[in-house]
Design a protein around this ligand. Sequence first.
Ligand SMILES: Nc1ncnc2c1ncn2[C@@H]1O[C@H](COP(=O)(O)OP(=O)(O)O)[C@@H](O)[C@H]1O
Ligand SMILES: [Mg+2]
Length: 364
Amino acid sequence: MQNFRSYEERSVDFGPGVNILTGRNGAGKTNMLEAVHILSMGRSFRTLNDAEAITFGKDFYRVKGLFEKWGEDLTVEVKMGGRDKNYFVDGIGVRKGADLLDHALTVIFSPDDLRIVKDEPEKRRRFMDHELFQLKPLYYLDVIRYRRIVRNRNLLLKEQTLNEPLLDVYDGYLAETGARIMAERARFAQRLATISAGIQSRVTEDARSLGAGLAEVVGGLEVSYEPSIGFEDPDGIEARIVGELESRRAKDREAGSTTAGPHRDDLKIVSEGVDLRKFGSQGQQRTAALALKLAEVDIIKEETGEMPILLLDDVLSELDEGRQRRLPNSFEDCQIIITTADPPGALTDAFPDALHIEVAPSLS
Ligand SMILES: Nc1ncnc2c1ncn2[C@@H]1O[C@H](COP(=O)(O)OP(=O)(O)O)[C@@H](O)[C@H]1O
Ligand SMILES: [Mg+2]
C-alpha cells in the first residue's frame, strides 16, 4: 500500500491460513482489509468514492497484491490519482475494474452484513449482485448498462413532451438487459436457497447444543427470489418486462421514474412461515444473515473451484461465543483475514495456528 488511507507505505505478508489483525480502534485494520478488497473487486466496500482512500494531502494511492492462484503467481495492482483509476493484472493494464473481478476472489463480511436481512431491499440486491459480479463479470456489465438505461429512461419520462418512440427503444433495451439480470438472480437465489438451508440447520443445531439463547435459533431457512416483475418461465422474462413497462407507462410518466424492474427486486427470507425481514427478532435476522454469507462462500467454491479469501471485519466480536467457535469450521481451507479490536483471547482459542499481525498507524 502506498498513500492508502493511514498507510504511507506498508507491505504485509499474509499467511495461507488464518490471519488476525489486531490493534486499537483507528489503528488501520479495516483500511488493510479495504486494500485487499480493492484488489479483488476494483473498488472499496466502504465508500462509493474511492478517492477518499487516498492519504490526506497526497494525490494518488497505489495498492498492489501478489496472490497465488492455481499454483501460479498473480499480481493485481490498482492505482488511483485524481479521478483516474488504473488497473493492472500481471503488470498489464486492463481497461476497467470489471476486468479484475474474476482474478482474486474475496468474500467480505462486515458488521453491516449482519443487517442484510433486516435492512432495506437495496442491501439484499447488493448482496446478490456482489456475489454474481465475481462469478460472472458479464453480469456486472449488464448491471452497469441497466442502471444507465434506467437513468436515461427516467430523464426522458421527466421531459415535458414525451418522446414515445424513443421510450419504446429504451423499454426494449431495458427489457433485454433486465431479463438477463433477473434470470441470473433467479438462478443464484435457487442455489442460495439450497445451500443456506443446509447451513442454517448446521448453525442452528450448533447454537442449540452450545446453549445459545433460544431467541437466536431459527428453523429451516427458505430463501427465494422476489422479483419486482413476476414471471413463470425464465424464457418469458423479457416479454413480461415489456408488458409491465407498457402497462405502467402512465404511472411512470407521472412519477418521473421507472417504477418496476430489477432495480426494485428483493430476496425473500422466511423461517417457519415468518418473513424474517419484517418479523424476525434481531437474533434471528443475524443468524440468517450469517447463513447467507456462509452460503456465499460455498457457492463461490462450487462454481469456480476456488477458495475465496475471507475478509472478516470485526464481526466475530458481534457474535456470541458459540457461533464464534463454530465459524472457523465453516471456513476450513480458506485464507482468512480477521480484524479485531478485542484482545484476541477467544480468537486464539478458535484459531490456534493463526498468524497474528499487529497493526499500527504508519503516519504519526
Ligand atoms: N484518506 C485517509 N488518509 C489518512 N488517514 C485516513 C484516511 N482515511 C482514514 N484514515 C484514518 O484511518 C484510521 C481508521 O482506520 P481503520 O482501518 O478504519 O481503523 P480500525 O483499525 O479501527 O479498523 C483513522 O484514524 C483515519 O483517520
Ligand atoms: Mg475497523
